[in-house]
Design a binder for this molecule. Sequence first.
Ligand SMILES: NC(=O)c1ccc[n+]([C@@H]2O[C@H](COP(=O)([O-])OP(=O)(O)OC[C@H]3O[C@@H](n4cnc5c(N)ncnc54)[C@H](OP(=O)(O)O)[C@@H]3O)[C@@H](O)[C@H]2O)c1
Length: 257
Amino acid sequence: MAKRIAVITGASSGMGREFARQIDLLQQADELWLIARRDDALREVAADLTTPARCLPADLTDAAARQAIADALDAEAPLVTHLVNAAGFGKFGDWRSIDEADAEAMIELNCRALVALTRACLPHMGRGSRLIQLCSASAFTPLPHLNVYASTKAFVLSYTRALRWELRGSGITATAVCPTWVKTRFEQVARRSGAGQDVRHLLGAQEASTVVSRALAANRAHLAVATCSPQALGLRVLGKVLPHSVTMAGWDAVRRL
Ligand SMILES: NC(=O)c1ccc[n+]([C@@H]2O[C@H](COP(=O)([O-])OP(=O)(O)OC[C@H]3O[C@@H](n4cnc5c(N)ncnc54)[C@H](OP(=O)(O)O)[C@@H]3O)[C@@H](O)[C@H]2O)c1
């Protein structure tokens, strides 16, 4: 029988680490593959798990590193029980203050790496496999001063919804997870730019453990989108019923609070 593997990117911190912990508790995989750049942080996560874990330190903005993971999967020929694409980052600031390298890296990691890992895992997934894409409530409307990031998440939402449609009948359940703010290293990374204070406070930030347990429950319930809080659900509705000029004006006021 094929080895059952759960693949988790961004597993060294925040929601990726929490997914590793909660998927470990499910005891549905024989091995967890933990992927991020920081090997030491991955090893700390692995040490707390009961399921054996393989740490795969990799910079997912590098296409060659992504291909090496795809090759390792093909060589192992496992059943991928879970793919969680949690590697991602954002930067606060307008088009002047976010430099070219950061803008490119956001698109490379949040979009290209997510698609590449998904395409690498899908041939190894089957009935009962779970595909969980870390998206964001920022996917529901364009967001000035978080523009490239929000645009990458709009891509993830659209990509996941259409893929879910293509996967009908396969037994693979795909969910885009769209929380508002979550207490992780995200804020620290987002502020490390020329205009890190463009978003003053991350109002109503949730615990990663709450978001992850709600995301897993939403995926079990076959939901296409997991909003994980009443605030995110409200933003999803507002993003559908209001013109973007209104939602952007509202955001522009909120980010200054
Ligand atoms: N926190 C929020 O408010 C929030 C809200 C909505 C959505 N999200 C999304 O949720 C996902 C998880 O973020 P988080 O909040 O848990 O933030 P986090 O704690 O900063 O985690 C991000 C993860 O991505 C990994 N990563 C970053 N750059 C990478 C690269 N080039 N190659 C490989 N791995 C890389 C990081 O590990 P290394 O540094 O070790 O590489 C880390 O494990 C992201 O997609 C984020 O956009 C976050």
